[in-house]
Structures are given as C-alpha cells and as structure tokens.
Design a protein around this ligand. Structure first.
Ligand SMILES: *[C@@H]1O[C@H](CO)[C@@H](O)[C@H](O)[C@H]1NC(C)=O
Ligand SMILES: *[C@@H]1O[C@H](CO)[C@@H](O)[C@H](O)[C@H]1NC(C)=O
Ligand SMILES: *[C@@H]1O[C@H](CO)[C@@H](O)[C@H](O)[C@H]1NC(C)=O
Ligand SMILES: *[C@@H]1O[C@H](CO)[C@@H](O)[C@H](O)[C@H]1NC(C)=O
Ligand SMILES: *[C@@H]1O[C@H](CO)[C@@H](O)[C@H](O)[C@H]1NC(C)=O
Length: 777
C-alpha cells in the first residue's frame, strides 16, 4: 500500500527544491508576524488565495513559499512552473493564487492541503514579514480530468490508476533523476498538430520547464504558456493554446501510457462601445460539451449561467461561449487614471468553469480583463443659499481611490488639515463607493473677492481650485469651479450711548466696512483728527470706539433751558470710492450744566446763569434783569435764570478792540446794582466775520462768538449806565445751528474762576461757556 508518509517525500517537492529553489536569506533575519489587517486567505474549490489590499506597497511586495525543505522566493518563472499566480492590479490590490498541486504545498491524500507562505511587504514605510499558513480541504470531488487555465500556466491532472509498483518505480526514478543521472523507463512524448515528437526523458522535460508530479491518486502535469512543445490553434475562430503530453513506461511485460492534454482559450478579450468587455472560449474545447454545467463569475465566486446573466451576459453563438461583462458590473476593480482629465478603467477577474465528457473533464479558466479608459467627470454643484451668507459648493462623484489634498480659494492655498480655518469641509459618502466634499466659505472670508455690483449690491466671487490625489501612485488632478453671489449692502451702523459728559460711538468691524469711511462734517475720522479735537478713539481688531466729549467740535446744541440743553453729534457714513454721503449716525443727548452761554451767529446771546452770589436769600431769580431793567429772564427757577436776547439790545455795551467786537451785558438782581457782586456776560466775535453788520446793518457772523460768564466781587469803578432803550421782553429761543464744520479751532483758555471754559460748537453758530458742575438729574 502506498502510505501518506511516502507521499510526504513526494519527488515533486524534491524536484522543486532541486530545480527552482532559491533560499531566501531575508526572511531568516526578520521576525515573522501573523497575518495582519488587509491580508486575507481563502480556500476555494480548486485553488488557495491570499488577497493583499492596497495599504501595502504592492510594487515592493513579494511572496515566499515555505515547506519542510526550505523557503523559496516565488519569482515569475518559479510561479509559472510551480503552480502559483500573482496578480497585482493597478489599484494596488495584490492576489496570490496557488494550485492545490503547487510545488511547496503539503498534500495529504489529495484531501488536506497545507499552504505556508511568507509575505514580505512594506506598509507605512516599514517592512515586515508575515507568516501565512492555511489548511484547505476542497469539498468538490476531483473529476477524472481537471484542467486549469491560469493566467501564467496550464495544469492538467488525471486520476491515476497506476499501481503501487509503477508509482514506486516512478518515485524511484524521480529520486534518482534528482540525484543522479541514471536513466529510467519513464518517457514523455509531446504531440504538436497531430505530429508526435521524439520522446524525451522526464529529466529533460523538467529541464525545459515541465513539471510532472504523482500524488496519492493523481498524475499532474503543468507547463507555462508558450513553451516549445505547445501550440496555438484556432477552434471555432477562437485561439486556443494546446499542450499534449503522453507519459509512458515500458514495464516488464506491458506499456503504461497516460495522456495529458490541456487546452486553454488564449483569446485576449475585446470591448464593445456600448460598455461591455467580452471574452470568448470554444464551447466544445473537449468532446461532448455539457453547457448546462457551465459556471461563470467575477473574482472567485462562480455563478450559474442564469444568475450571471442577470448582471452580465453569457451567450453561446456558433459554438463559442461569449461572456460579456458590463463595465460597471459589481466585482470589477475600478482604477482612476489622470492624463490631463480624470479617467477610469475597470479590471475583472473572470472565472469560468466548463464540464465536458459527461462531467469527466472539468476546465477552470481564469483571465484578467481590463476596460479601456473612460472619462470620469467629477460633479461640482453650487448649493449656495445667499441668506446664509456663505458659499456652499459641493464636489462629488469622487472615486474612492481619489482624495482631496488641498484647495485654493481665489489663489490662496488652503492645505490640510482644514480644521481651524473659518472654512468647513465636510466629506459625504455617496453610493457606488464614491464620495464628495462640501465646502462652506463665508462671504466675508478674506479670500473672497467683493465688488460693488450696483449702488445697492455687492458681488462676492470665489474661484475654487481643488487638488485631488489619485492613489496609490499619488498623481495629482485639479478641478476648478467658480461661484458668485449678490447681496444687498447696508452701510455700517454705529451704536451710540449718552454719558454725562459726552457721547460714545461704537462700531463692530465687519468685513465689508472698508467700503465706507466715517466723517464729522467733511473731516474724515482718523486718530489724528481725534487727537486734534479731543475725541477719544480706540480701535482694535473687533471694534472701533469713538468718545466725543460734549463741547468738542462737531456738537450742535438745542433747547437750552434751566435744566440743561440737548447736544447732538452726527457722524457721516461716506462711500470710500466716491466720498458720497450714504447715511449718518446722529445722536442727541441731554446734558445738565449749571451755567451756559451761547453766542449765536445770527446775533443772539443765550445765557443760563446761576445767580446764587447776587440773589439775597428768599428772593427768586425771576426778579433779575439785564442792564436794561426791562429785560428780564425768559425762565427763572430759584437762583437760576435764563436770558436770551439780541446782542445789541437790552443795554448791551459794544466795544471794539484787537479786531474783535465785544458785546457785554450784566445780570442784576433788583437792588444789587450797588452791591459789588455782579454777573458779567459777554460775547466776542472776530471783526472780520462781521462785514454784513457794516454793509447791510444786519448781524450775521461768519464765525460763532465766544462767550463768557464772569462772576465778580470787585466793586465796579462806576455804576453801570442804564440803557434807556426800551425793548419788549424777549422770548426764549434756542440758538439755531447750522451744519458746517468750519470755524476757529478750539482753544481752551484757563477759566477765570477755574470753572468756565469756551468750547467750539459744531459748525459754530454758538460758543458755549459752561460752568463744569453738572446738575443732578
Ligand atoms: C498606516 O498609517 C495610517 C495613517 O498614517 C494608519 O491609519 C494605519 O493604521 C497605519 N497602518 C499600520 C498597519 O500601521
Ligand atoms: C506556519 O508554518 C510554518 C512552517 O510550517 C511554521 O514554522 C510556522 O510556525 C507557522 N506559522 C503559523 C503562524 O502558524
Ligand atoms: C485647532 O484648534 C484647537 C483649539 O482651538 C486646537 O486644540 C487644535 O490643536 C487645533 N488643530 C489644528 C490642526 O491646528
Ligand atoms: C450660485 O448660487 C447662488 C445662490 O443660489 C446664485 O446666486 C448664483 O447665481 C449661482 N451661480 C453661480 C455660478 O455662482
Ligand atoms: C480700525 O482698525 C481696522 C482694522 O483693525 C481698520 O481696518 C480700520 O481702518 C481702522 N479704522 C480707523 C478709523 O482707523
């Protein structure tokens, strides 16, 4: 009986070692690791498979076969002779398939097969060796004849009826042939095109790349394609490569002959413009076809003809089996490709099984087919909603072997990572393994171009240039898209808040604020202007703050009453390009001061005076008067009195000196004429602004007058002459104001009593002279 032990010392292993063995030193030096993620092993009915995903660098990866005798590098030629096929797809996917009868596989009774490989591969730049072991037991019984048409070899195995004697002799022969040059009875004779070639010894055949192996129950013959003893012939118009070897041995009284015939379609595959890849093989490659038993599939899954036909197509025409695979059929391996444009192509692993001769012959064909390049346009979509004030742009249909590397916004590079920018990049997964990126860019992002479209709208424009990277070769592809949107523009609005001593304006910076500037009258608000006029300005990255103290230039005053007055400050918003006034920010605040004097440009003196010094207790200020005793206060309350009168009435004295005109009056309390306590009120105008007074006898000053209220305890040199002019009582009138910012610069002279100062008024009809003691409100 032939034992398993005998098989373990099968000559095939020795032969492989002898003829093809190259012991790898590298794997001996590196510690082996078990199968990592990204590598998986599968037992199939007629082959064992190791799949390695593209996280490994396939270009530098290689396999070694391990058996008890050593470690063998699987080179291209070794693979074809020994029953290994290694496929590396452009996507970076790598697959090793091993025949059950491959050289370094341990075979126990043609039932249990143990595979041992080392995978030497680089991932993330570091090299590792992974030990991959698997034991497979195919469920499907071996047919009398099994033919395998692999991508790199043809293999045929037949049930062996050889007696143990014959087997032993063959084993002996092989052992001898491996170790000595002695001759044997076993010969091989090839046939080409019906012609029988001269027999050669098995050792000659081995030397020419043919492998013969005897297992427990089968005789195996394997040859790479395009060997000298194989030939291509047309069968029903399809090219078929045929190798026909006859193994024979002259025993003492009989001849043993084994016919080993392998025929494989070597059709290259074609494609149809309507999107199909086509493969053909003759229907009757071996006698008596049984088409109902045909199986076909992509990758390793074999399907019934009818099931396959739901996705692809399989037809038998004129004795030719034609498999048609649609480009997008599930199971295809897609690959992106850049050549100016973005292209794609598909690679298919086609598996086909045919049974012939009442299932006595099983043929397995494995071919790799690729589609031509086809354009793969990416999708760009403008999903902007103007109300959201940002651009939303979608880049979609991005294949899974393409990733976004960076993008440019109007030429500004935005490298990864995209976090921590004002931008927001979201990745969405689409069906069919594609994905997309949504990019959100606020309209006020500095990269966005803004321009006036018309008087009321601004156009925001954005050119996006995406840089995409095609894996695994890292080839770059650019996709561009331009979007724009119109938004209404509103001039900036400042907050204004009253305080006891002034008005505080505040502006939050907005990106479009550069379209406008601010002015007080015609003077642009700058830090220089602020310093010059006593405004307090601060400007940081978030906001601009401008504090205008009351009485600084730019104020207008109204409604001077005993309680105080209203101060108004206006800031104009002008277009940066044209300087045209677009809007204004005006704020009016009540201010309360105990004394105020206003000298208007149209010749009126308005005085709020505190007469506490001169009013005897218990007497109210309502009984006070000016030099002309008939001129009384328009309002009076306790010690305070408000007078408003034309400058040259009510007994005013006029004096001209140093190019100035002084209008001077005094406030008396009844009976205080003889006291040494007096309140002198005075308005002073530059003479050169009063030319109309002399030409038209009309008071109209170009400039506001400056006023003063002087409390004096000094006895007057002489009693004041009383004006005899009688006037009607005056109505209280607020000083009118006008809107120019011309006017003399404000000087703040030292007050005579330390509590009076002169302040310029906006556009200046009036000067106010104020005692700086705010009233309680
Ligand atoms: C390789 O690196 C990537 C990221 O750089 C990481 O996600 C992955 O886990 C790494 N793989 C291995 C096997 O270390
Ligand atoms: C794989 O098989 C080899 C040789 O048969 C053995 O040395 C090794 O320990 C095995 N490794 C694993 C992970 O089983
Ligand atoms: C983004 O900002 C957060 C906090 O603001 C910080 O913790 C993180 O490190 C930043 N990330 C990058 C990539 O700069
Ligand atoms: C993009 O979308 C916005 C908002 O719907 C629209 O105003 C604009 O015209 C669109 N087209 C382009 C090319 O930007
Ligand atoms: C305030 O600062 C911003 C930038 O921080 C600048 O754009 C603006 O012109 C400044 N405004 C003034 C009035 O100086």
């Amino acid at each position: 009986m032939c034992s398993l032990q005998a098989h373990r010392h099968s000559p095939a292993h020795m032969a492989c070692f002898f003829y093809f063995g190259v012991v790898s030193l590298l794997s001996a030096l590196v510690t082996c690791q078990p199968a990592p993620d990204g590598v998986h092993m599968e037992c199939h009915e007629r082959y064992f498979m190791i799949a390695v995903d593209r996280s490994f660098d396939a270009a530098q990866a290689h396999f070694e076969a391990v058996d008890r005798t050593g470690v063998y590098v699987i080179t291209e030629s070794h693979a074809a002779k020994c029953g290994y096929s290694i496929t590396v797809l452009p996507s970076g996917y790598m697959e090793l398939r091993a025949s059950y009868f491959s050289c370094h596989t341990a075979n126990q009774g043609d039932q249990v097969f143990t595979f041992s490989f080392n995978l030497l591969a680089k991932r993330n730049g570091s090299e590792a060796v992974y030990a991959l072991n698997e034991t497979c037991s195919p469920l499907l019984a071996w047919s009398p004849r099994e033919v395998t048409c692999e991508v790199n070899y043809m293999e045929v195995s037949v049930r062996s009826e050889l007696s143990c004697t014959a087997r032993t002799q063959m084993d002996d022969w092989n052992l001898k042939s491996a170790h000595s040059s002695s001759t044997s009875d076993w010969q091989v004779m090839f046939q080409m095109h019906e012609e029988q070639l001269a027999p050669m010894s098995l050792s000659d055949a081995h030397g020419r790349g043919y492998v013969f192996e005897l297992t427990d129950g089968r005789l195996v013959f394997r040859t790479p394609y395009e060997q000298p003893h194989s030939f291509v012939t047309m069968v029903n118009g399809v090219p078929v490569e045929v190798v026909h070897a006859t193994l024979f041995s002259r025993q003492s009284w009989f001849v043993v002959m084994v016919d080993l015939l392998a025929a494989c379609s070597v059709y290259e595959g074609t494609f149809e413009d309507n999107g199909y890849v086509v493969y053909e093989t003759p229907e009757a490659l071996y006698p008596s076809p049984d088409v109902t038993a045909m199986l076909v599939g992509l990758n390793s899954e074999l399907l019934e003809r009818s099931v396959f036909a739901e996705k692809g197509a399989i037809e038998i025409k004129k004795d030719i089996v034609q498999v048609r695979i649609p480009f997008h059929m599930e199971g295809g391996h897609r690959k992106s490709f850049v050549s100016g444009q973005l292209y794609e192509f598909y690679t298919f692993h086609l598996h086909l099984e045919q049974l012939f001769e009442k299932k006595a012959t099983r043929l397995r064909l494995h071919r790799i087919l690729a589609t031509p390049l086809r354009r793969h346009p990416l999708l760009t979509q403008n999903q902007t909603v103007v109300e959201e004030h940002m651009f939303t742009v979608y880049l979609g249909n991005v294949p899974d072997d393409v990733e976004l590397l960076s993008f440019q916004l109007n030429g500004h590079e935005m490298p990864q990572p995209f976090a921590n920018t004002s931008l927001y990049v979201e990745t969405t997964v689409q069906a069919n393994n594609e994905h997309g990126y949504t990019l959100n860019v606020p309209f006020d992002d500095p990269a966005i171009m803004q321009e006036f479209w018309d008087i009321q709208s601004v156009k925001h424009s954005l050119d996006i240039s995406y840089t995409l990277r095609v894996l695994p070769e890292n080839k770059l592809y650019c996709q561009t898209v331009s979007v724009s949107a119109l938004t209404d523009v509103y001039p900036p609005v400042m907050d204004a808040v009253c305080s006891e001593t002034g008005i505080t304006f505040r502006l939050d910076h907005r990106p479009l604020n550069f379209l406008w500037f601010f002015s007080v009258g015609s003077d642009m608000v700058t830090s220089e202007l602020a310093a010059q006029r006593g405004y307090r300005m601060s400007n940081d990255s978030r906001s601009l703050q401008l504090i205008v103290p009351v009485f600084t230039q730019g104020f207008q005053y109204a409604e001077i009453t005993l309680k105080g007055f209203l101060g108004t400050f206006e800031i104009l918003v002008r277009e940066t390009e044209t300087s045209a006034v677009q809007s204004s920010i005006t704020k009016t605040c009540p201010f309360a001061f105990s004394e105020v004097i206003a000298c208007s440009m149209d010749g009126r003196m308005t005085v709020l005076a505190d007469l506490a010094f001169i009013t005897p207790s218990g007497v109210t200020s309502s009984t006070s008067n000016l030099l002309d005793v008939y001129c009384g206060p328009t309002e009076a309350d306790g010690t305070k009195a408000l007078f408003s009168f034309p400058l040259n009435s009510c007994g005013s004295e006029v004096k001209i000196d140093n190019n100035k005109v002084h209008y001077r009056n005094e406030i008396f309390y009844n009976g205080s004429e003889h006291s040494n306590e007096r309140v002198v009120v005075q308005c002073t105008y530059p003479l050169d602004g009063l030319h109309r007074l002399f030409s038209m006898h009309k008071f109209e000053s170009d400039n506001p007058g400056s006023g003063s209220i002087i409390h004096s305890k000094q006895p007057t040199a002489a009693p004041h002459p009383r004006t005899i002019q009688t006037t009607t009582r005056l109505q209280a009138r607020a000083p009118t104001t006008s809107r120019t910012s011309r006017g003399p610069d404000v000087k703040l002279p030292a007050s005579q009593h330390g509590n009076v100062r002169y302040i310029k008024v906006l556009r200046g009809k009036s000067y106010l002279d104020v005692r700086q003691s705010p009233l309680e409100r």
